[in-house]
Design a protein around this ligand. Structure first.
Ligand code: MEV
Length: 450
């Protein structure tokens, strides 16, 4: 056994990487190698494509790709692609979509589509001098980036504005060039970062060449140039509404009682961060699954949504509910910086498939669809929570995972699933029923209870 340190790992072939890995970390090397190999794609071209998405690729990590039909968003019908490993999410989205399909569907508004980036820099000098110099040379920022912005401008986007921000109250000598961008159907990260890096050059060169600054003032230190994943101005709202009387859904709870309980549950998420976190997590179940299936960056979306949920200084719900004059309204407002061109959208075959399934949406259409997916998910979770409880539906969905773990045959699964149509699923009840059906005392496989 080595001490598991290695130099030049990235330069090894895929086979050599695997050999080193299984040799150093696995007792059953053949089995470990076989596990990785099982997930290789037999289409070598496709495998190479995936290998090259990231670095040091040794296999593929599958996530189920499901679909949720019956989403009516702004009058148009969609079946949503969802890439997610958690059971119940796709079923919940589909159930909510069907429920709201009967009641007018999801209505959305694009509030704004602006993205922001910063050159963070240190300037040890007089603020007024810097401010007036910035105003003087402002046009240069646009001129010097004209080769980068030409294409984006032709598509209707580009740099919207640039301003100097004084943040010296927070950190000595800290300033920002803050720019706002319209990136049309692309997520725009490369475009924004390229513009920012040019701004930084323009700023430092212009100051270095100006006579107005002292030597100390000329020593501008650029700390970094980077877009912000916080996009409160790239905002979409999705809403569902109906008369309270139409909230009847056969759960045995009256529509009025349902509306009251539902609104209270949303209110709790608005005022209580412990609940807001779980409430928003449920929303992100719906958002992330479609974000991933459409080749977008779910980490960026997560980061933006949670910052947005904290914008008042108090972490709160991303969704809201109102019951007024006999009308139930439930809505969400989320920052979603998405792209439907560039990035993975033309490279990953399943991403292309997802976008085609969604009728090749623009970035704003995708914002509307994904916000609606989040709202649908939230509606389903709250509906279950304030009526039957979450476990009933969740465990039904989880039943198959338990049965797969027990290595139940298809025939056994059918009998057991049928049994639990009328019985409460719990982990031990599922194991017990499985043993009964198979005619054994205890399962042969070692189980890991969730
Ligand atoms: C589980 O993934 C998500 C829920 O916990 C969301 C919620 O509690 O609102 C069910």
């Amino acid at each position: 056994m080595s001490d598991k340190r290695i130099k030049g790992f990235s330069r090894l072939s895929k086979e050599a990487k695997i050999e080193w890995l299984v040799g150093n970390y696995f007792d059953h090397q053949e089995k470990a190698f076989e596990t990785l190999k099982t997930y290789w794609n037999s289409d070598t071209k496709l495998q190479k494509l995936h290998d090259e998405f990231i670095e040091n690729t040794i296999s593929n990590f599958y996530t189920p790709y499901g679909v949720a039909p019956n989403f009516m968003v702004d009058g148009k019908m969609f079946t949503l692609p969802m890439a997610i490993e958690e059971s119940s999410v796709v079923a919940a989205a589909s159930k909510s979509a069907s429920f709201w399909l009967e009641r007018g569907g999801f209505k959305t508004t694009i509030v704004s589509t602006v993205k922001i980036g910063h050159v963070h820099f240190i300037y040890e000098g007089d603020h007024e001098k810097l401010q007036s110099f910035f105003e003087e040379i402002k046009e240069r920022f646009y001129e010097d980036t004209s080769s980068i912005t030409a294409n984006m401008q032709a598509r209707g986007g580009g740099i919207l504005d640039i301003r100097l921000v004084n943040r010296t109250e927070a950190m000595d000598d800290y300033y920002q060039l803050e720019a706002r961008f319209e990136t049309c159907d692309s997520m725009g990260a490369n475009f924004i970062n390229s513009c920012l890096e040019q701004f930084s050059k323009t700023l430092t060169q212009s100051i270095a060449e100006a006579d107005t600054f002292t030597e100390a003032e000329k020593n501008v230190q650029v700390v970094m140039c980077i877009l912000s994943n916080y996009t409160p101005e790239c905002l979409v709202r999705s809403e569902v509404s109906c008369p309270v009387a139409e909230l009847e859904d056969g759960s045995g709870v009256s529509p009025e009682e349902f509306a009251t309980k539902f609104k209270r549950a949303v209110r709790i998420a608005e005022i209580e961060p412990y609940r807001a976190t779980t409430h928003n997590k449920g929303i992100m179940n719906g958002i992330d699954a479609v974000v991933i299936a459409t080749g977008n960056d779910f980490r960026a979306i997560e980061a933006a949504c949670h910052t947005y949920a904290s914008r008042s200084g108090h972490y709160t719900s991303l969704s809201h509910c109102e019951v007024k004059d006999g009308i139930f309204r439930f809505w969400i407002e989320v920052p979603l910086a998405l792209g439907t061109v560039g990035g993975l959208t033309t490279l990953h075959p399943l991403v292309k498939f997802s976008l085609e399934m969604l009728d090749k949406p623009s970035a704003t259409e995708l914002m509307s669809i994904i916000a609606s997916s989040g709202l649908a998910q939230n509606f389903a979770a709250l509906r279950a929570l304030v009526t039957t409880g979450i476990q009933k539906g969740h465990m039904k969905m989880h039943l198959l995972n338990i049965l797969n773990q027990l290595e139940a045959t298809e025939e056994e699964k059918a009998i057991i699933v049928d049994h639990f149509k009328h019985n409460t699923v719990s982990y031990s009840a599922a194991v017990q029923k499985f043993c009964e059906v198979r005619g054994i005392e205890k399962p042969q496989v070692t189980l890991k209870k969730p």
